[in-house]
Write a protein of this length. Structure first.
Length: 301
Protein backbone atom coordinates (compact mmCIF):
# COMPACT_ATOMS: atom_id res chain seq x y z
CA UNK A 1 0.00 0.00 0.00
CA UNK A 2 2.83 2.40 -0.82
CA UNK A 3 3.93 2.59 2.79
CA UNK A 4 7.57 2.89 1.79
CA UNK A 5 6.83 5.85 -0.49
CA UNK A 6 4.79 7.48 2.25
CA UNK A 7 7.71 7.03 4.64
CA UNK A 8 9.97 8.82 2.15
CA UNK A 9 7.40 11.66 1.96
CA UNK A 10 7.50 11.99 5.76
CA UNK A 11 11.30 12.16 5.75
CA UNK A 12 11.19 14.89 3.09
CA UNK A 13 8.78 16.80 5.35
CA UNK A 14 11.49 16.52 8.02
CA UNK A 15 9.26 14.92 10.61
CA UNK A 16 10.89 13.52 13.73
CA UNK A 17 12.10 9.91 13.44
CA UNK A 18 9.78 8.81 16.25
CA UNK A 19 6.79 10.31 14.43
CA UNK A 20 7.73 8.60 11.17
CA UNK A 21 8.22 5.30 12.95
CA UNK A 22 4.77 5.59 14.58
CA UNK A 23 3.05 6.28 11.23
CA UNK A 24 4.78 3.35 9.55
CA UNK A 25 4.01 1.02 12.46
CA UNK A 26 0.31 1.91 12.44
CA UNK A 27 0.07 1.50 8.66
CA UNK A 28 1.85 -1.85 8.79
CA UNK A 29 -0.59 -3.12 11.40
CA UNK A 30 -3.51 -1.96 9.29
CA UNK A 31 -2.09 -3.66 6.18
CA UNK A 32 -1.82 -6.93 8.08
CA UNK A 33 -5.44 -6.63 9.20
CA UNK A 34 -6.73 -5.63 5.77
CA UNK A 35 -4.81 -8.32 3.89
CA UNK A 36 -3.56 -8.10 0.28
CA UNK A 37 -5.78 -5.29 -0.94
CA UNK A 38 -5.05 -2.18 -2.99
CA UNK A 39 -5.79 1.18 -1.34
CA UNK A 40 -8.23 2.01 -4.16
CA UNK A 41 -10.35 -0.98 -3.13
CA UNK A 42 -10.82 0.21 0.44
CA UNK A 43 -14.32 1.47 1.17
CA UNK A 44 -15.84 3.50 3.94
CA UNK A 45 -17.49 0.35 5.27
CA UNK A 46 -14.15 -1.47 5.38
CA UNK A 47 -12.56 1.39 7.30
CA UNK A 48 -15.46 1.49 9.75
CA UNK A 49 -14.96 -2.24 10.32
CA UNK A 50 -11.33 -1.56 11.19
CA UNK A 51 -12.21 1.26 13.58
CA UNK A 52 -14.78 -1.00 15.25
CA UNK A 53 -12.13 -3.71 15.55
CA UNK A 54 -9.75 -1.28 17.22
CA UNK A 55 -12.43 0.01 19.58
CA UNK A 56 -13.10 -3.56 20.71
CA UNK A 57 -9.44 -4.34 21.34
CA UNK A 58 -7.59 -1.15 22.34
CA UNK A 59 -7.97 2.04 24.35
CA UNK A 60 -9.80 5.07 22.88
CA UNK A 61 -6.60 7.14 22.70
CA UNK A 62 -4.90 4.34 20.73
CA UNK A 63 -7.82 4.18 18.30
CA UNK A 64 -7.61 7.93 17.72
CA UNK A 65 -3.85 7.77 17.11
CA UNK A 66 -4.18 5.01 14.53
CA UNK A 67 -7.03 6.84 12.84
CA UNK A 68 -4.79 9.90 12.56
CA UNK A 69 -1.99 7.88 10.95
CA UNK A 70 -4.36 6.39 8.38
CA UNK A 71 -5.91 9.79 7.72
CA UNK A 72 -2.52 11.29 6.86
CA UNK A 73 -1.63 8.32 4.65
CA UNK A 74 -4.83 8.51 2.61
CA UNK A 75 -4.55 12.30 2.37
CA UNK A 76 -1.10 11.82 0.87
CA UNK A 77 -2.47 9.27 -1.64
CA UNK A 78 -5.12 11.80 -2.69
CA UNK A 79 -2.46 14.50 -3.07
CA UNK A 80 -0.42 12.06 -5.17
CA UNK A 81 -3.56 11.47 -7.31
CA UNK A 82 -3.48 7.78 -6.48
CA UNK A 83 -6.95 8.09 -4.96
CA UNK A 84 -9.86 10.36 -5.86
CA UNK A 85 -11.07 10.52 -2.26
CA UNK A 86 -9.95 9.09 1.03
CA UNK A 87 -11.90 6.05 2.30
CA UNK A 88 -11.81 7.80 5.67
CA UNK A 89 -13.42 10.97 4.30
CA UNK A 90 -16.83 10.19 5.80
CA UNK A 91 -15.66 8.13 8.76
CA UNK A 92 -16.05 10.16 11.94
CA UNK A 93 -12.94 10.71 14.01
CA UNK A 94 -13.11 8.44 17.08
CA UNK A 95 -13.83 10.37 20.26
CA UNK A 96 -11.43 10.15 23.15
CA UNK A 97 -13.02 10.71 26.56
CA UNK A 98 -11.01 13.27 28.49
CA UNK A 99 -9.45 11.58 31.49
CA UNK A 100 -7.50 14.19 33.46
CA UNK A 101 -3.97 13.17 34.34
CA UNK A 102 -3.63 13.46 38.13
CA UNK A 103 -1.06 15.94 39.34
CA UNK A 104 1.43 14.93 42.01
CA UNK A 105 0.88 16.50 45.43
CA UNK A 106 3.49 18.72 47.03
CA UNK A 107 3.88 16.22 49.87
CA UNK A 108 4.63 13.40 47.42
CA UNK A 109 7.03 15.61 45.48
CA UNK A 110 8.95 16.46 48.64
CA UNK A 111 9.14 12.77 49.58
CA UNK A 112 10.32 11.88 46.08
CA UNK A 113 13.03 14.56 46.07
CA UNK A 114 14.20 13.54 49.55
CA UNK A 115 14.70 10.01 48.23
CA UNK A 116 17.33 11.29 45.78
CA UNK A 117 19.08 13.68 48.17
CA UNK A 118 22.20 11.53 48.47
CA UNK A 119 25.66 12.44 47.20
CA UNK A 120 26.29 9.43 44.94
CA UNK A 121 26.26 9.52 41.15
CA UNK A 122 22.75 8.10 40.68
CA UNK A 123 21.19 10.30 43.35
CA UNK A 124 22.78 13.42 41.85
CA UNK A 125 21.65 12.44 38.35
CA UNK A 126 18.10 11.51 39.32
CA UNK A 127 17.68 14.62 41.46
CA UNK A 128 18.67 16.76 38.46
CA UNK A 129 16.29 14.88 36.16
CA UNK A 130 13.31 15.18 38.52
CA UNK A 131 13.94 18.88 39.13
CA UNK A 132 14.16 19.58 35.40
CA UNK A 133 10.82 17.84 34.86
CA UNK A 134 9.16 19.79 37.67
CA UNK A 135 10.82 23.16 37.10
CA UNK A 136 10.77 23.28 33.29
CA UNK A 137 7.85 20.98 32.41
CA UNK A 138 9.84 19.35 29.62
CA UNK A 139 8.69 16.28 27.70
CA UNK A 140 10.31 12.89 28.27
CA UNK A 141 11.91 12.82 24.81
CA UNK A 142 13.19 16.37 25.27
CA UNK A 143 14.89 15.65 28.57
CA UNK A 144 16.13 12.25 27.39
CA UNK A 145 18.00 13.79 24.44
CA UNK A 146 19.73 16.62 26.25
CA UNK A 147 23.44 17.21 25.76
CA UNK A 148 25.82 18.80 28.23
CA UNK A 149 26.11 21.58 25.65
CA UNK A 150 22.33 22.21 25.96
CA UNK A 151 22.88 23.85 29.34
CA UNK A 152 23.82 27.51 29.80
CA UNK A 153 24.70 28.36 33.39
CA UNK A 154 25.52 31.98 32.57
CA UNK A 155 21.79 32.68 32.21
CA UNK A 156 20.43 29.47 33.79
CA UNK A 157 18.53 28.05 30.84
CA UNK A 158 18.36 24.90 28.77
CA UNK A 159 17.71 24.44 25.06
CA UNK A 160 15.37 21.53 24.32
CA UNK A 161 14.18 20.22 20.97
CA UNK A 162 10.43 19.72 20.97
CA UNK A 163 7.87 18.27 18.59
CA UNK A 164 8.47 19.11 14.97
CA UNK A 165 12.16 19.51 15.81
CA UNK A 166 11.57 23.00 17.13
CA UNK A 167 14.19 24.33 19.57
CA UNK A 168 12.89 25.96 22.73
CA UNK A 169 14.73 27.85 25.45
CA UNK A 170 13.49 27.19 28.99
CA UNK A 171 14.91 28.96 32.05
CA UNK A 172 15.50 26.99 35.25
CA UNK A 173 15.59 28.14 38.86
CA UNK A 174 18.44 28.15 41.39
CA UNK A 175 17.77 24.75 42.98
CA UNK A 176 17.58 23.12 39.56
CA UNK A 177 20.83 24.80 38.55
CA UNK A 178 22.46 23.61 41.75
CA UNK A 179 21.26 20.02 41.15
CA UNK A 180 22.59 20.11 37.58
CA UNK A 181 25.99 21.45 38.62
CA UNK A 182 26.31 18.82 41.36
CA UNK A 183 25.46 16.10 38.84
CA UNK A 184 27.95 17.44 36.30
CA UNK A 185 30.73 17.24 38.87
CA UNK A 186 29.88 13.57 39.42
CA UNK A 187 29.47 13.01 35.70
CA UNK A 188 32.99 14.29 35.03
CA UNK A 189 34.33 11.22 36.85
CA UNK A 190 32.29 8.76 34.75
CA UNK A 191 34.18 6.57 32.27
CA UNK A 192 31.92 7.78 29.45
CA UNK A 193 32.17 11.47 30.36
CA UNK A 194 34.29 12.39 27.34
CA UNK A 195 32.51 10.28 24.75
CA UNK A 196 30.72 12.08 21.93
CA UNK A 197 27.37 10.87 20.60
CA UNK A 198 27.34 9.78 16.96
CA UNK A 199 23.91 8.66 15.81
CA UNK A 200 21.96 8.71 12.55
CA UNK A 201 19.79 11.77 13.21
CA UNK A 202 21.53 15.09 12.45
CA UNK A 203 18.79 16.95 14.32
CA UNK A 204 19.36 15.04 17.55
CA UNK A 205 20.83 17.67 19.95
CA UNK A 206 23.26 15.05 21.25
CA UNK A 207 24.77 14.53 17.78
CA UNK A 208 28.45 15.48 17.94
CA UNK A 209 27.99 16.51 21.58
CA UNK A 210 28.21 14.88 25.01
CA UNK A 211 24.90 13.27 26.11
CA UNK A 212 23.93 14.73 29.46
CA UNK A 213 22.60 11.60 31.16
CA UNK A 214 24.89 8.66 31.80
CA UNK A 215 24.11 5.26 33.25
CA UNK A 216 26.10 2.26 34.37
CA UNK A 217 26.49 1.04 30.79
CA UNK A 218 26.90 4.30 28.96
CA UNK A 219 24.41 6.85 27.68
CA UNK A 220 20.93 6.91 29.17
CA UNK A 221 18.08 6.80 26.62
CA UNK A 222 14.66 8.46 27.01
CA UNK A 223 13.35 4.98 27.84
CA UNK A 224 15.98 4.75 30.56
CA UNK A 225 14.82 8.08 32.00
CA UNK A 226 11.23 6.81 31.95
CA UNK A 227 12.20 3.66 33.85
CA UNK A 228 14.21 5.49 36.50
CA UNK A 229 11.35 7.92 37.23
CA UNK A 230 8.96 4.98 37.67
CA UNK A 231 11.44 3.08 39.85
CA UNK A 232 12.31 6.07 42.02
CA UNK A 233 8.66 7.01 42.58
CA UNK A 234 7.61 3.43 43.30
CA UNK A 235 10.39 3.06 45.87
CA UNK A 236 9.68 6.41 47.53
CA UNK A 237 5.90 6.59 47.31
CA UNK A 238 4.78 2.99 46.89
CA UNK A 239 3.24 3.87 43.53
CA UNK A 240 4.70 4.72 40.12
CA UNK A 241 4.70 8.28 38.84
CA UNK A 242 5.09 8.72 35.10
CA UNK A 243 7.14 11.52 33.52
CA UNK A 244 4.00 12.84 31.82
CA UNK A 245 2.44 13.32 35.27
CA UNK A 246 5.39 15.50 36.21
CA UNK A 247 4.80 17.63 33.10
CA UNK A 248 1.10 17.96 34.00
CA UNK A 249 2.09 18.85 37.55
CA UNK A 250 4.48 21.54 36.32
CA UNK A 251 1.77 22.97 34.07
CA UNK A 252 -0.70 23.08 36.96
CA UNK A 253 1.79 24.79 39.26
CA UNK A 254 2.71 27.43 36.68
CA UNK A 255 -0.96 28.10 35.89
CA UNK A 256 -1.83 28.29 39.59
CA UNK A 257 0.97 30.82 40.09
CA UNK A 258 -0.65 33.08 37.49
CA UNK A 259 1.40 32.43 34.35
CA UNK A 260 -0.52 33.64 31.30
CA UNK A 261 -1.76 31.26 28.62
CA UNK A 262 0.65 32.78 26.08
CA UNK A 263 3.63 32.30 28.38
CA UNK A 264 2.56 28.74 29.20
CA UNK A 265 2.47 27.93 25.49
CA UNK A 266 5.98 29.33 25.00
CA UNK A 267 7.55 27.56 27.96
CA UNK A 268 5.83 24.19 27.47
CA UNK A 269 6.19 24.15 23.69
CA UNK A 270 2.50 24.11 22.78
CA UNK A 271 1.16 25.48 19.50
CA UNK A 272 -2.54 25.15 20.31
CA UNK A 273 -4.32 27.21 22.95
CA UNK A 274 -6.26 24.07 23.86
CA UNK A 275 -3.17 22.53 25.43
CA UNK A 276 -2.93 24.83 28.47
CA UNK A 277 -6.54 23.91 29.24
CA UNK A 278 -5.88 20.19 28.94
CA UNK A 279 -2.69 20.05 30.97
CA UNK A 280 -3.28 20.21 34.66
CA UNK A 281 -7.04 20.04 34.03
CA UNK A 282 -7.43 17.59 36.93
CA UNK A 283 -6.48 20.46 39.23
CA UNK A 284 -8.46 23.17 37.41
CA UNK A 285 -11.27 23.06 39.98
CA UNK A 286 -8.75 23.60 42.76
CA UNK A 287 -7.31 26.62 40.94
CA UNK A 288 -10.82 28.00 40.40
CA UNK A 289 -11.64 27.67 44.11
CA UNK A 290 -8.42 29.43 45.07
CA UNK A 291 -9.20 32.24 42.60
CA UNK A 292 -12.67 32.57 44.13
CA UNK A 293 -11.22 32.82 47.64
CA UNK A 294 -8.72 35.46 46.58
CA UNK A 295 -11.46 37.63 45.14
CA UNK A 296 -13.43 37.57 48.39
CA UNK A 297 -16.45 39.14 46.69
CA UNK A 298 -18.84 37.87 49.33
CA UNK A 299 -17.15 40.11 51.90
CA UNK A 300 -17.97 43.34 50.06
CA UNK A 301 -21.64 43.36 51.06
Amino acid sequence: MAIRSFERHLRIKNLAPNTISTYVKHLTWFARWAGPVDAAQLTRERMEDYIAHLQATTRPATVANRYRSLQQFFKWLVDEEELDTSPLAKVARPKVPEIPVPVVSDADLQTLLKSVAGKGFEDRRDNAILRLFLDCGVRLDEIGRLAVESLDFDVDQVVVWGKGRRPRIVPFDEKTGQALERYLRERARHSWAGKVFMGDDPDDPREGNHPLWLGARGWLTPSGVYQLVKRRSRDALGKPVHPHQLRHTAAHQHAAAGMSETDLMRIFGWRSSEMPKRYGSSAADERAREAKRRLGLGNRL
